[in-house]
Design a protein around this ligand. Structure first.
Ligand code: GLN
Length: 293
């Protein structure tokens, strides 16, 4: 992926060889449509910037692995059943996670993992899974339907997505002002909207609060609910998205943003410029995805 033979000048000397720690939480249950690729992408981009990103998995029943020991958390997407299994364990760690996020921990949450950070998730059978209420969103799936010959049908939001970033990139991010689109693939039955007025009868309210600012505005695709034109959510250094594929290999600006936020969380202000590293392959993939319909 990231070409390293152009010997990018990594961060100011002070950071050379600096370490960051990432935990891929619930990797055994929430990890579909190549979501693990986000972790690989962060490791590679960290390397290109002269950083070492150590990765560990945290799964159900591992409270001894405290979220406080990490600078970045990643949670992927999954089927309804997997989300239910994870939700019980994650709810027990709600305050631990909330404290870390309030302190500035960097986190990326994709699709099913994103939905669990809201107030609740109701699946296509009408079953409700309580969420962590860290972000002010709720998710409801369109009810399962039966076709004329009785075949069960799910009304899922599927396809390629192009969106325009709403979140502001850090001044240290070399893509700032240069790359403002987000590309990826979505496949979800859940419709995510703001708390509490929304309903699936197209009265999705997009009441934006500090706890559910959108990540991006939809240019092509469905996004959060196919109605209010938003994709994902952002709260402090928490980035949530419906985009699989995986997301970061095609969106190097967001990968760098997560690394910059994690460095500030761990080391304070960045003494120096987060040098631009060659992103030939990432940009080629981004351009290809922009052209997809
Ligand atoms: N099960 C959830 C839904 O269908 C999330 C799916 C996913 O993570 N891709 O909406």
């Amino acid at each position: 992926m990231t070409k390293t033979n152009s010997s990018p000048k990594p961060l100011a000397e002070g950071f050379r060889g600096s370490k960051l720690r990432l935990a891929h939480i619930y990797s055994a249950h929430l990890n579909i449509y190549g979501d693990r690729g986000n972790v690989i992408s962060l490791v590679r981009r960290a390397e290109a910037h002269g950083l070492t990103l150590e990765v560990e998995d945290i799964n159900i029943g591992e409270p001894e692995k405290s979220f406080k020991n990490y600078d970045i958390l990643f949670i992927g997407g999954g089927q309804d059943k997997q989300q239910e299994l994870v939700a019980t364990d994650l709810l027990k760690r709600r305050n631990e996670l909330s404290d870390c996020l309030e302190a500035g921990l960097a986190m990326l949450a994709i699709c099913g993992g994103y939905q669990l950070l809201g107030h609740y998730y109701i699946n296509s059978h009408g079953e409700k899974t309580p969420g962590l209420a860290i972000i002010d969103v709720v998710t409801e799936s369109a009810p399962e339907k039966s076709s004329a010959i009785g075949i069960k049908q799910l009304d899922r939001l599927i396809g390629n997505v192009v969106a325009e970033l709403v979140v502001e990139l850090s001044d240290e991010n070399s893509f700032k002002g240069k790359l403002n689109t987000l590309v990826g693939f979505e496949n979800h039955s859940g419709r995510t909207g703001s708390l509490p007025q929304h309903s699936t009868k197209s009265t999705i309210s997009s009441q934006i609060t500090s706890r559910n600012k959108p990540l991006a505005k939809i240019i092509r695709g469905h996004g959060n609910n196919g109605e209010d034109g938003y994709e994902g959510a952002n709260y402090k250094n928490l980035f949530c998205s419906y985009l699989h594929g995986s997301l970061l290999p095609k969106n190097p600006h967001l990968a760098d943003e997560i690394l910059i936020r994690a460095l500030k969380y761990r080391y304070g202000e960045l003494p120096g410029v987060f040098t631009h590293v060659d992103s030939e392959f990432e940009m080629a993939a981004h351009k290809k995805a922009l052209a997809l319909h």
